[in-house]
Design a protein around this ligand. Sequence first.
Ligand SMILES: NC(=O)C1=CN([C@@H]2O[C@H](COP(=O)(O)OP(=O)(O)OC[C@H]3O[C@@H](n4cnc5c(N)ncnc54)[C@H](OP(=O)(O)O)[C@@H]3O)[C@@H](O)[C@H]2O)C=CC1
Ligand SMILES: O=C(O)CCCC(=O)O
Length: 491
Amino acid sequence: MLDQTTNLGSRLKDPALLEERAFVAGAFAEGEGGTFEVTNPARGDVIARVADCSRAQVARAIDAAAAAQRDWAARTGKARAAVLRRWFELMMEHQEDLAVIMTAEQGKPLAESRGEIAYAAGFIEFSGEEAKRIYGETIPGHQRDKRITVIRQPVGVAASITPWNFPAAMITRKAGPALAAGCAFVARPASETPLSATALAVLAERAGVPAGVFSVVPSGRASEIGREFCENPTVRKLTFTGSTEVGRLLLRQAADQVKKCSMELGGNAPFLVFDDADLDAAVEGAIASKFRNNGQTCVCANRIYVQSGVHDAFAEKLAARVAELRVGDGLEEGTDLGPLISPEAIGKVQEHIADATDKGARVVLGGGGDDMPGAFLRPTVLTGATQEMAVAREETFGPLAALFRFETEEEAIRLANDTIFGLASYVYARDIGRVTRVQEGLDYGIVGVNTGLISTEVAPFGGVKQSGLGREGGHYGVEEFLEIKYVCTAV
Ligand SMILES: NC(=O)C1=CN([C@@H]2O[C@H](COP(=O)(O)OP(=O)(O)OC[C@H]3O[C@@H](n4cnc5c(N)ncnc54)[C@H](OP(=O)(O)O)[C@@H]3O)[C@@H](O)[C@H]2O)C=CC1
Ligand SMILES: O=C(O)CCCC(=O)O
């Protein structure tokens, strides 16, 4: 173990949560592929060497899941709920340690990491409660001697591939509902952020999740593990969060076995501010949405459309608020914006800024050229953005607030929908008729009305168009892990 790892461990009340091994079939194990390095994006130093699971090791985790699932699925919903409740409680008891681990590997400020742990634990809690309510149905028979019943059963072994931007919540948002439904689960975390996942495994074991029901297989070989999940017939459900590009690839690979898939893919969220909006609230909403996780979420406002009558006032207020945001190491209290996940991620933001300014946009604050070391980037606000710019077509995934001007409601809806994506969208207005028309006109899976924060474990999160398939959260999330069986009985 490296010095920095030891240092990180010494910050924890429970150093056993800092786990570099994989969790396969109920046991912590070294990686058959050796190890891969995890770095702290705020400093660029190596903080851990984590087990690099081989494809064969992942196959064994899948076999163990299949074996463990039979008993897990046979338990009552109440019994599964009790285990999930304990897992939730342990996450909250260790919230601070889990947050420190997350910030060290991901970079987000501690306050956001604490928030993510509560959010992540919420999925385990909520899904566990839903385990008791996996109801069937009776349907009046189509003939005098026929009785029709519908039952819901677990889909089988589920496997996940998740990104680095929410190292805990993207796993629990899938694993919680899967376990509630009676599935066993194999999680492959992003190679940048495996430590939050292995810490979850430590707590799952302590909570009494049976051996094999939840495995964590970190690996530096994403495409190999993706192939195993798609080609191994024991995996009946693949659930992925990440880029649309990788989502498409996994869908193609999963097609050969007609595997059930949930895909939570890229976004390009429009944030509409109308003339009648409460401007101060709209500015706060834009800050919350745009700069959460330093702009690195698929629901971050990517295109801020402001109606002409309030455009200049909004731009001025927004720039003033953004100027107050403190950039720094997420482990230091008071930091508002941590580093980006990697120096490469900075490149994409800078490209978007350069492309926009080349095409006529004006930088109001920031600008991307900076002498800060590491993966840091000061936030930028620019005006005069248009649909032709890269920032209008692709998600920036960074701290760039691009303002577009519009005149009419129809134009705003048209511009907002002018994208292949359809995950989250936001509207600030006070006229109830306008709000209703706009929320109905937006081709998105999620609409925030007069709020910039829409994420919660109780609601169905997911997108339309190329933003994905399926929903996560609430009872909808559990349904993604259930099959419907119709039974026709002659009496
Ligand atoms: N919808 C969302 O929430 C997210 C969207 N994105 C978008 O994607 C862009 C790129 O980010 P990035 O992190 O590279 O996203 P990716 O889609 O590449 O990565 C997401 C996950 O998929 C894994 N992965 C990558 N390639 C494959 C493959 N061939 N088969 C199986 N799994 C694979 C990654 O592994 P590994 O970590 O080893 O690369 C990671 O665990 C961002 O700028 C953003 O626009 C990114 C993250 C989340
Ligand atoms: O960006 C993502 O990966 C989606 C998760 C965002 C959220 O849950 O709010």
